[in-house]
Design a protein around this ligand. Structure first.
Ligand code: BTN
Length: 325
């Protein structure tokens, strides 16, 4: 049923004129009854489809809310989004994706939610995920990598997101190791990577991505107003979230496949280029300590290398980084 929906929407989107019921039957290889009931279900979900007697059907508008069939028609990826689940409301898309990964869902499965009631951030924080403004989604990945390389997956995804924001939306996005995408001092995208490991290898990893798209400054709670931004705030335009999602998935897929095929060193140069931290004075809080130093490098394994005051270098594989200057 879902594939008929996607085919029908695509046919209506591609048509220059009205399409008759007969045209749709042929284009979708479906019966008239199936076409009529699919159109009824699309109308109920917010699609605006005009029907003119003697002419046929015309698509006037797709819904503002996220819709799985519409996403399928926009998707230009080969792997990511091979299966798409869209929820109106869910606790956390990462929790759903982790369950799906454990029960055998294929690599590329995408879980998207209009709203999360228990959106999670890194280090046990909550992630503000109201309906209608942002993109909250998780992707199931199954790379052949060692457990300690999981940070390179986060970096590859963050690079893909930042590049799309720069190229397609003209936003000067930068990376903040290990997995934030920022514009100046404000965060536009956060990434939460959670893996299942077997004998030192990644069995599956769920990459959860939260991107602020349509938020105005007042849409953020006061605690986030000075530290968060959105595509709308940065550009003054309000792109469709479905379009942003499909653009981002395309960029992320490119970098993820590169990581799988060529390894992290192939991405490292571009990651360093977009890393706003390198050369800056930072603090890093790890589970064990807090250090201050100059962000010096991101090494061939994806670790952050910090130059300490005494001239020595320390490799950081996990931690919370803040810029001091
Ligand atoms: C962070 O910056 O702390 C990471 C934020 C990650 C948020 C996303 S939204 C989709 C996915 N589901 C979650 O519960 N969290 C991630």
């Amino acid at each position: 049923m879902k594939d008929l929906e996607a085919t029908l929407i695509l046919a209506l989107k591609s048509a220059k004129h009205y399409l008759t019921g007969g045209d749709l039957e042929k284009l979708c290889s479906a019966s008239r009854k199936a076409i009529v009931s699919t159109i009824e279900s699309l109308l109920e979900r917010g699609y605006r489809i005009e029907e003119v007697p003697g002419e046929g059907y015309r698509l006037l508008e797709t819904p503002h809310s996220l819709d799985g069939s519409d996403l399928k028609t926009l998707m230009r990826t080969s792997k990511l989004g091979c299966e798409i689940l869209v929820f109106r409301r869910v606790g956390s898309t990462n929790d759903v994706a982790i369950e799906l990964a454990r029960s055998g869902s294929p690599e590329g499965t995408l879980v998207v939610a209009e709203e999360q009631t228990r959106g999670r951030g890194r280090l046990g924080r909550s992630w503000f995920s109201p309906p209608g403004t942002g993109l909250w989604f998780s992707i199931v990945l199954k790379p052949s990598l060692k457990a300690e390389d999981v940070v390179t997956v986060s970096l590859a995804v963050a690079l893909g997101v930042a590049e799309v924001l720069r190229k397609s939306y003209s936003i000067p996005a930068e990376l903040k190791w290990p997995n934030d995408v920022v514009v100046g001092a404000r965060k536009i995208c956060g990434i939460l990577t959670e893996g299942d490991f077997v004998e030192g290898h990644i069995e599956s990893v769920v990459v959860g991505v939260g991107i602020n798209v349509l938020n105005e400054p007042d849409d953020f709670p006061p605690r986030l107003r000075d530290v968060a931004t959105s595509i709308r705030i940065e550009t003054g335009v309000s792109p469709s979230r479905s379009q942003v999602l499909t653009d981002i998935l395309e960029g992320v897929e490119k970098r993820y496949l590169e990581l799988c095929e060529k390894g992290f060193p192939s991405l490292r140069h571009d990651i360093l280029k977009l890393s706003g931290l390198i050369g800056k004075l930072i603090t890093v809080e790890t589970a064990a300590s807090k250090i201050v130093g100059l962000a010096h490098d991101i090494d061939r394994d994806g670790a952050l290398v910090v130059r300490l005051e005494n001239g020595t270098h320390q490799r950081i594989i996990a931690g919370e980084v803040s810029r001091l200057l």
